[in-house]
Write a new protein. Structure first.
Length: 93
């Protein structure tokens, strides 16, 4: 059992960025700002993360997710996906 007031530790991974349809880094900055202390975004290979967020630059979403093996993963390919993730985090947090 963890501390319910502690932020959820989320592993963050970006795709290679070969053909991004949007500014991925800016989108993550907005996600961090809006989620505040509900979530702590960490490098994808950090031990102890509870879930992964894969920020893919386009709908192909071909980034390697092997570092998230065994964890729930949200795949973000657009602003709409990020909004859905934020709403989910706000509802469950």
């Amino acid at each position: 059992m963890g501390n319910r007031d502690a932020p959820l530790k989320i592993g963050l991974k970006y795709c290679g960025g070969c053909s991004p349809d949007y500014e991925r880094v800016e989108l993550v900055r907005q996600m961090k700002q809006r989620l505040g202390d509900k979530a702590e975004f960490l490098p994808h290979d950090t031990p102890g993360i509870s879930m992964g967020v894969a920020v893919q630059g386009c709908p192909t979403a071909c980034g390697d997710l092997s570092s998230f093996a065994g964890l729930p993963v949200w795949i973000i390919t657009s602003q709409a996906d990020a909004e859905a993730f934020i709403r989910h985090m706000e509802a469950t947090g």
